[in-house]
Write a protein that binds this ligand. Structure first.
Ligand code: TYM
Length: 340
């Protein structure tokens, strides 16, 4: 079966790495946006396992997480009848195109500017920021990401704030290849939510909530027991003062909690400020903890309802649908290079 890309809908592509636990930052910054898009666009959502191995993974855990990420997509509301869900390593065109882009479009000067590599590289090897033990794959990861996007003539890439620079690089690589070898690629646009594009850590509102955080107090995992999640909210760092007011500069921790509350409950921040007028941080956190518990309970009922067998079938079907599209783009690229 070939994916019907001949309708007039624009194409959306995005992905999540099966590394670490997925958290409400991933959900609010990316997945919730995907769900909203799936009626309007041709949506393709990938489990980017080759990105995950840019840092060492325990092999059995990786196999488990690949399936768990799909369950998280499904529990979030992605419908495999509407959107294609597949595993990156199932389509060899991704790594082939990444290699071609490495040679024909990407420059060291581009990759040296990538802030995420600088952050991750420095975290792995703090004493040696030049990256003695950091993999070449981690450095090259934005090129593989560009290949993911460009294979499907993507129009829109819905991501959180931390991936914007990578999508911009993807545009640069597409335009450079087209200029030097002839028109093949569409340069995609990034889609970032106005609210929730950068959910910050509960233990430190100056750093984003992250799957690779050293302490679980940093995040609410989508698989956290609701009671544990509620405790994390109650222990979350707050700012000085007591008034529940959104003030990004003076009260960054509270601003983050208000953003999470507003998005999960579907209540405007102004309204939350009204509701908690004169009530203080304690009561506000109790309200948010209740909202988180409700969200996780409902989410986890769905998450636990899918079997591994069902998920494997969804991945197989997704890869079969999408492979011809990827191979067609790769063929056009190879033709331009003279590799026939
Ligand atoms: P990853 O797996 O780190 O994150 C998945 C998605 O979650 C978003 N996100 C956040 N949003 C808001 N607040 C946060 N604290 C937060 N943390 C993460 C990310 O921005 C992302 O949208 N390189 C990508 C995966 C990828 C990809 C692609 C994405 C590979 N190929 C092609 C789009 C298109 C990544 O590591 O995301």
């Amino acid at each position: 079966m070939e994916l019907d890309m001949k309708n007039n809908k624009a194409t959306v592509f995005s992905g999540v790495q099966p590394s670490g636990v997925l958290h409400i930052g991933n959900y609010l910054g990316a997945l919730a946006q995907w769900v909203e898009m799936q009626n309007q666009y041709n949506c393709i959502f990938c489990v980017v396992d080759y990105h995950a191995i840019t840092v060492k993974q325990e092999s059995q855990e990786l196999s488990r997480r690949i399936l768990d990420v799909v369950k998280i997509y499904l529990a979030s509301g992605i419908n495999p009848e509407q959107a294609v869900i597949f595993q990156q390593s199932d389509i060899t065109a991704h790594t082939e195109l990444a290699w071609i882009l490495n040679c024909a479009a990407a420059r060291l000067a581009d990759l040296n500017k990538m802030t995420q590599f600088k952050d991750k590289g420095a975290k792995k090897e703090p004493a040696c920021p030049a990256g003695r033990s950091v993999s070449v794959g981690l450095y090259d990861y934005p090129v593989l990401m560009a290949a993911d996007i460009l294979l499907y003539n993507t129009d829109l890439v819905p991501v959180g704030d931390d991936q914007v620079q990578h999508v911009e690089l993807c545009r640069t690589l597409a335009e450079r290849f087209n200029r030097d070898y002839g028109q093949v690629f569409k340069a995609p646009q990034v889609a970032v939510r106005k609210q929730g594009a950068r959910i910050m850590g509960l233990d430190d509102p100056t750093k984003k909530m992250s799957k690779s955080a050293s302490s679980p107090a940093n995040y609410i995992a989508l698989t956290d027991a609701p009671e544990i999640a509620a405790k994390k909210i109650k222990r979350a760092v707050t700012d000085s003062g007591s008034e529940v007011k959104f003030d990004q500069k003076q009260k960054p921790a509270l601003a983050n909690l208000l953003t999470i509350y507003s998005l999960l409950a579907g209540i405007k921040i102004k309204e939350l400020e009204e509701n908690y007028k004169g009530k203080g941080y304690g009561e506000f956190k109790n309200g948010l903890a209740e909202e988180i518990k409700k969200f996780l309970r409902e989410f986890q009922i769905k998450y636990n309802s899918f079997t591994d067998q069902e998920v494997k079938q969804i991945l197989r079907d997704g890869a079969d649908k999408i492979r011809p599209v990827a191979n067609k783009t790769l063929k056009r690229v190879k033709n331009k290079l003279g590799i026939i």
